[in-house]
Design a protein around this ligand. Structure first.
Ligand code: GLV
Ligand code: MG
Length: 318
């Protein structure tokens, strides 16, 4: 499955309580922004943060970016008002609602129905606003397949490492980094589990934050691990992480060129003009239908990232 949706290589967290940061975020080169009403906003600041978020969506210039709002989780006293106020106030300027700490499919179903009610009552196109589900605890991971299938609005599954580590009693405070006492990547199983559910249901898979915001090399390493598995992007908490995320989750130019060549070579050799062969050579490399599928993934990501080909395909003389 290729799962190409909205670009989300870099997903910038912007606290809804800070008009200054809501303003600054608009000029940053992140693919996606989420205006936060959850953990970056203190309980007493939530009502004002909702107003700031509505104003920023309506009045800001978010051109080229996917716009999401992270509401509070469904066990909190704030979720209902978050969703109602944000969608009533700025529903036509909003692409997705992000729901944190999703534990089972009913959480997503509730949001789906509530959005449908809001869209109907406001005269907005029904189904346009997407959902992003954060997987941040053991229950969410155990139920991740059902969560991924819970609504056609669901666009992404998002790993929430900080809450997840707390939920399973992981003995580390370094969010997104390796744990020195453990001889492997402690997130590997969680990332793979999320990725399998996401790909089964054709959703994007997004990695969560890396909290050491001044350590860009550490960020790159952490992002590189999930990008290597197939994740589509990662949260960024600081402008300094954006460029690294955009780079790490785009294919390298060489890989992109190679993927486009595989597609051209395969299309040529399987055509009538190319002799209708199934397994063919591209230079010293044998390629077949599976190679084409792999190349499609890299080519689609490269095109979405705006890469241009630097090599073209010329059939070898028969
Ligand atoms: C993000 O929400 C996290 O908990 O890591
Ligand atoms: Mg969290």
């Amino acid at each position: 499955m290729t799962t190409v949706g909205r670009a989300r290589r870099s997903c910038l967290a912007v606290p809804g309580s800070s008009p200054k940061m809501l303003g600054k975020a608009q000029g940053l080169p992140a693919d996606m922004v989420f205006l936060d009403l959850e953990d970056a906003v203190a309980p007493g600041a939530k009502p004002d943060a909702r107003k700031n978020v509505v104003a920023a969506l309506n009045e800001g210039d978010w051109q080229g970016k996917t716009r999401a709002v992270r509401v509070n989780d469904v066990t909190s006293p704030w979720t209902y008002r978050d969703v109602i106020e944000v969608v009533e106030g700025a529903g036509s300027h909003l692409d997705c609602v992000m729901l944190p700490k999703v534990q089972n499919a009913s959480h997503v179903e509730w949001l789906d129905l509530t959005l449908t009610q809001l869209e109907r009552s406001l005269g907005l196109p029904v189904g346009r606003i997407g959902i992003e589900a954060q997987i941040e605890n053991a229950a969410g991971l155990v139920n991740v397949d059902a969560i991924a299938a819970a609504s056609p609005r669901l666009e992404t599954l998002v790993f929430g490492p900080a809450d997840f580590m707390a939920s399973i009693n992981m003995r580390s405070l370094v969010v997104g980094g390796l744990v020195p006492q453990y001889p492997g990547d402690p997130y590997h199983y969680i990332l793979m589990r999320i990725l399998m559910a996401a790909r089964t249901h054709d959703r994007q898979a997004i990695d969560g934050p890396y909290l050491q915001i001044r350590d860009v090399d550490g960020f790159r390493e952490s992002a590189g691990r999930s990008a290597a598995l197939g994740f589509d992007g990662k949260w960024v908490l600081h402008p300094g992480q954006i460029e690294a995320a955009n780079e790490v989750y785009s294919p390298r130019q060489d890989d992109y060129d190679h993927a486009e060549l595989i597609l051209d070579a395969y299309a040529h050799h399987t055509s009538d003009a190319g002799g209708r062969r199934g397994a063919v050579m591209l230079g010293d490399e044998m390629i077949d239908e599976a190679s084409r599928k792999m190349a499609l993934v890299i080519a689609a990501k490269g095109r979405a990232a705006g890469l241009r080909r630097t090599r073209s395909f010329t059939p070898a003389p028969e």
